[in-house]
Design a protein around this ligand. Sequence first.
Ligand code: ZN
Length: 125
Amino acid sequence: MTELPTSGAPEVVYREGLAAGELRYQRCRSCTTAVFPPRVLCPGCGGEELAWHRSAGRGTTYSTTAVRSRAGAHNVVLVDLDEGFRMMSRVDGVEPDAVTIGGRLDFAVVEEAGEPVAVFREVRS
Ligand SMILES: [Zn+2]
């Protein structure tokens, strides 16, 4: 596993990753816990040595919720990434209430209002 030679505030490093089309996460050098969302201290052991890594962007849908508003409907999902961390995101390309729990997902970056946003798409098998 290659560490990224990057430093700075966790949120900034994460956003820079998205802008480059990458999903970045941290792993604790002490206890090897995968850490997400990015932070300063390891939630597992309190260690301060969190190294940055690039996720392969493959994961599985852990849970999904359809959210409806006047602007329309979208889904909110929790994704278990293969590297061992869980993140909140959404799945594009399917109806909001048709996301499959346990389905395989691929990471993508889309731009919304000039900001890169992390989304996922279902992998058809
Ligand atoms: Zn740790």
